[in-house]
Design a protein around this ligand. Structure first.
Ligand code: NAD
Ligand code: DAO
Ligand code: ZN
Ligand code: ZN
Length: 372
């Protein structure tokens, strides 16, 4: 079939809207009509050329929601009409990683997904016979996609696509990091570095579990009002603290009577990753790295920070097992336990998608959503 998509032809160039050929689903695959997609920092990271796995031409996008149109042979858990959220972290429930119960990083289709291909090593997208690569197993900047069954979470049919698409990455990454990766307990002191599309969701996750102080750190003072709405109790701007002769780590240690029980780095800077570890409480504080740093970057600290009980960890897709946990997160939103609407600051059409990237680069949006 023919469908419309925003195609990334090469790194650093704007996307162009094209009519794309999409081949039907093969064994274990499902065709989905995408109804809405968020634009995430990671799409920009790949488009900029900084992503070592980034390959072109490709159809980016990994934060979508839509409706099953057709299922291929052997598909048993989905049928046409089901509402779904595509998963860049699949859940096969049978690989060593899934069976370990220690990680959400299913590896069943990792090697082909990382090369922009379906599990059989080919692409379903093409233009004039030239293959166009998939992206993160999702490619939600296309009006229709084909994805593996294990990369689709079935969600309730009354959830609005233009809001719950954000659960495909940002909401789950932030809220999940608190609930599934760190398992923050009520009464804990939480520090969040970076109050953007991910950090604000860490904040609402921390509020959900009954954290005590939720300290938000951001250079952009405009983020304070929104952060307070999402649970941040204290806002710290490192530039203002430095201008007054202090430093952010000492400021956090002072506010928390010794340091954070949990800190979350939601920026992707190795400098703030170090601060995120060193602001942790001696003996037990845990620093969870969510931000993705530039390729080849390295982190450092004095090893004595670890000897004295601070822990450095990471979280991908919030530690969520997508097919199991994403439907629950959609329920939490529908039950009013999570807020999404305020975070979606811009709603755009597909042909405005490059404007969505510009808003994100200028720090003017939290989330832009493209509606098909
Ligand atoms: P964003 O741009 O919306 O937010 C980043 C925030 O950090 C902004 O508010 C900015 O003002 C602030 N900031 C920048 N430099 C700072 C500094 N030195 N000190 C304090 N604040 C600073 O980005 P986002 O969409 O929230 O994504 C954050 C990171 O998370 C990115 O690196 C992204 O690639 C990554 N990410 C990780 C996962 C995962 O599963 N681990 C998933 C999605 C995104
Ligand atoms: O299993 O090796 C692997 C890759 C897992 C990918 C997890 C991606 C998390 C960070 C990237 C940001 C996603 C939007
Ligand atoms: Zn994302
Ligand atoms: Zn698996």
């Amino acid at each position: 079939m023919k469908t419309k998509a925003a195609v990334a032809w090469q790194a650093g160039k704007p996307l162009t809207i094209e009519t794309v050929d999409l081949a039907g689903p093969r064994t274990g695959e499902v065709m989905v009509g995408i109804k809405a997609t968020g634009i995430c920092h990671t799409d920009y990271y790949t488009l900029s050329g900084a992503d070592p796995e980034g390959a072109f031409p490709a159809i980016l996008g990994h934060e979508g929601a839509g409706i099953v149109v057709e299922v291929g042979p052997g598909v048993s858990s989905l049928r046409p009409g089901d509402h779904v959220i595509p998963l860049y972290t699949p859940e096969c429930r049978e690989c060593k990683f899934c069976l370990s119960r220690k990680t959400n990083l299913c590896q069943k289709i990792r090697s082909t997904q990382g090369r922009g291909l379906m599990p059989d090593g080919t692409s379903r997208f093409s233009i004039d016979g030239r293959p166009i690569l998939h992206y993160m197993g999702t490619s939600t900047f296309a009006n229709h996609i084909v994805a593996p069954e294990i990369s689709l979470a079935k969600i309730r049919p009354d959830a609005p696509f233009d809001k719950v698409c954000y659960i495909g990455c940002g909401v789950t990454t932030g809220v999940g990091a608190v609930l599934f990766s760190a398992r923050v307990e009520a009464g804990a002191n939480v520090v969040i570095f970076g109050l953007g599309g991910i950090g604000l969701n860490v904040a609402q996750g921390a509020r959900m579990v009954g954290a005590n102080r939720i300290i938000g750190v951001d250079l952009n003072r405009d983020r304070e009002a929104m952060a307070r709405k999402f649970g941040v109790t204290d806002f710290l701007n490192p530039r203002e603290i430095e201008a007054a002769g202090g430093n952010i780590v000492d400021a956090i240690i002072a506010v928390t009577d010794g340091g954070a029980d949990y800190s979350f780095e939601c920026i992707g800077s190795t400098k703030t990753m170090r601060q995120s570890l060193e602001c942790c409480h001696k003996g037990w504080g845990r620093s969870i790295i969510i931000g993705v740093a530039e390729a080849g970057a390295e982190i450092s600290t004095r090893p004595f920070q670890l000897v004295t009980g601070r822990k450095w960890e990471g979280s991908a897709f919030g530690g969520a097992r997508g097919r199991t946990d994403v439907p629950k997160i959609v329920d939490w939103y529908m039950e009013g336990k999570l807020r999404i609407d305020d975070l979606i600051t811009h709603t755009l059409s597909l042909d405005q998608i490059n404007h969505g990237f510009d808003l994100m680069k200028r720090g003017e949006s939290i989330r832009s959503v493209v509606v098909f």
